[in-house]
Design a protein around this ligand. Structure first.
Ligand SMILES: *Cc1c(COP(=O)(O)O)cnc(C)c1O
Length: 355
């Protein structure tokens, strides 16, 4: 007999996170659905991984607290190693944040639409997830967030799935308005005009998370960084899995952080293509908002994204379509690819439009 009925009620009640589709290895698709970087990581980063494979690293445990990565991150971003926590992806940092700050029944509040994993992680924790709408022009409804009595606030900046970035002055004001940690999920900050790291000095309740999956071309390794006040970082370290970042990932992260300039050409190429792709989509009658991330949210003229998603998929182009909530159902979230991939998407769109 199954023991599924013995699972905690909150686990039985939840659906589980639905990741974007990952095609089978070797399957030939234009993959513009999960916001990976279309370019490989710089050679200096790949060489650091190969060097680990050749040495004793794989049969030994990695450094438990990823100290060398934290030192490299501190050098790269002008912080102290005690302010840095390293995660097995930034999702791992989100898990640590929920474990640390959200007791059963406590409230997690996020301006939405946003990253759907937040609700899943809150459910696992037995917390209550409350979404607050974005204000006009992608602003933060600070009063509404504070009035929701949060134990933790989660803000994606730049936001997903639209790509706008709320004002940093508003993030500051929110940090002052709530007696709770405010997490700035900066998974897409490498493509943005600015970021919230400079706010850390003035706001001990601010926590910034970063991902190596988008800007740094290392989604397959699973790496993320958390930046916080040293006392908050110390709490997060207690709930980490003991060896949460493997040796290859630590070597790659250190090389990446010590060679941020080597990423500039990749990032500039994506940012340039973002502008070109947005213009080309608008020319075709789609409504495309300004984006500071490596994706665009494009609203189709006839109000239903699903047939477009399916027709593109039939032509070998994967993009992301969100049937829910309703305000996303007329949109296609398209990751910015290489010029060739973006041209293939545009050609497929033209073919779909032509019927
Ligand atoms: C992709 C993404 C993440 C997860 O990044 P990983 O480092 O791959 O775990 C976190 N937050 C947002 C908003 C994302 O889009």
């Amino acid at each position: 007999m199954s023991i599924s009925h013995r699972a905690r009620p909150e686990i039985q009640a939840m659906a589980g996170y639905q990741p974007g589709e990952q095609p089978a290895p070797g399957q030939r698709v234009i993959k513009l659905n999960t916001n990976e970087n279309p370019y490989p990581a710089p050679e200096v980063v790949l060489a650091a991984i190969r060097e680990q494979v050749a040495g004793p690293a794989l049969r030994r445990y990695p450094v438990p607290d990823a100290r060398p990565v934290r030192e490299a991150a501190a050098r790269a971003y002008g912080l102290e190693p005690d302010q840095v926590v390293v995660g097995n992806g930034s999702d791992d940092l989100l898990t640590m944040l929920l474990r640390t700050f959200v007791a059963p029944g406590a409230k997690v509040v996020a301006p939405a639409p946003t990253y759907s994993l937040y609700g899943t992680l809150t459910a696992i924790q037995g917390g209550t997830y409350r979404e607050v709408p974005w204000g006009v022009g992608g602003s933060l409804l600070i009063r509404a967030i504070a009035d929701a009595d949060p134990a933790l606030v989660l803000i994606t900046r730049p936001n997903a799935p639209f790509g706008f970035a709320c004002g940093l002055d508003q993030v500051s004001a929110l940090c002052r308005a709530v007696d709770a940690p405010v997490v700035l999920d900066e998974a897409y900050a490498d493509f943005a005009d600015d970021n919230g790291l400079s706010l850390l000095a003035d706001h001990p309740n601010l926590i910034v998370t970063r991902s190596f999956s988008k800007g740094f071309s290392l989604a397959g390794l699973r790496l993320g960084l958390g930046f916080a006040h040293p006392e908050a970082a110390a709490q997060l370290h207690k709930v980490r899995d003991s060896y949460n970042v493997d040796a290859l990932a630590q070597a790659a992260a250190t090389a990446a952080l010590d060679n941020l300039d080597a990423y500039r050409p990749n990032l500039d190429a994506v940012i340039g293509e973002r502008t070109r792709l947005a213009a080309a989509l608008r020319e075709r009658g789609l409504g495309v908002a300004e984006s500071q991330a490596n994706f665009l949210f494009a609203r189709v003229p006839d109000g239903d994204g699903r047939p477009w998603y399916e027709a593109l998929k039939a032509r070998g182009v994967l993009i992301r379509y969100f049937p829910e909530p309703e305000e996303l159902a007329d949109g296609l979230r398209i990751s910015v690819g290489t010029p060739e991939e973006n041209d293939a998407l545009l050609a497929a769109l033209d073919a779909v439009s032509a019927g």
